[in-house]
Design a binder for this molecule. Structure first.
Ligand SMILES: [Cu+2]
Length: 195
């Protein structure tokens, strides 16, 4: 390509220079935008700043396990990770992802800087296993989340009806689909867990 355009170099030189200037300007603007989004140079902004919202447990249909959902937002400038969770009503709480309808246990979930970690029906979820008692709709269950960097966060998680969806009918997938999917994947999980 280059050797064919050499002959025309002189005539296109000026136009190229102009285009180059425009590109440089665009680049400068992009950099400025970038700097803005990464602002907050104070020391505190470098640490993860976590907040847990929207937690709920759908009243379980199984006797020995329940799913938990919540969102962890990180306003800080450093990523953190959820490494484990505990609850006094569960013998163990595991972290699960659902990929293509298949549920997998995860060792941790990242909470990106300036981002969020979302647990939602049909996707990532917390699984309360070996239940000491079955959570009932209307009550609250204490759960503690442990992070790689931040201090543990203890929350009171309300137990909602089995079909509850925080997104409502206009959520991305609709509540019925979500509920059905998570139910199916938990059945799959129960089979795996019994090995
Ligand atoms: Cu699960």
């Amino acid at each position: 390509m280059n050797h064919r355009t050499i002959g025309r170099r002189r005539t296109t030189g000026r136009r190229r220079a102009l285009a180059g200037g425009a590109l440089a300007l665009a680049g400068a603007l992009a950099l400025a935008g970038c700097g803005d989004s990464g602002s907050g140079t104070a020391e505190t902004a470098k640490k993860p700043q976590l907040k847990v919202t929207g937690a709920y447990i759908p009243e379980p249909t199984a006797d020995d396990m329940a799913a938990g959902f919540l969102t962890v937002t990180n306003k800080g400038g450093t990523a953190d990770s959820l490494t484990s969770a505990t609850s006094d009503i569960a013998g163990s709480v595991t972290l699960h992802s659902t990929k293509g309808g298949v549920m997998e246990e995860e060792k941790s979930f990242g909470v990106p800087a300036g981002g969020e970690l979302k647990f939602a029906s049909g996707a990532n979820h917390l699984m309360l296993e070996k239940l000491k008692r079955k959570p009932k709709r209307g009550e609250k269950v204490a759960m503690t989340l442990h992070f790689r960097t931040s201090d543990p966060v203890t929350i009171e998680v309300p137990v909602k009806e089995a079909t509850y969806s925080p997104d409502g009918p206009d959520g991305p997938d609709g509540p019925e689909n979500n509920t059905h999917m998570s139910h199916t994947s938990h059945m799959t999980h129960m089979t795996h867990a019994s090995h």
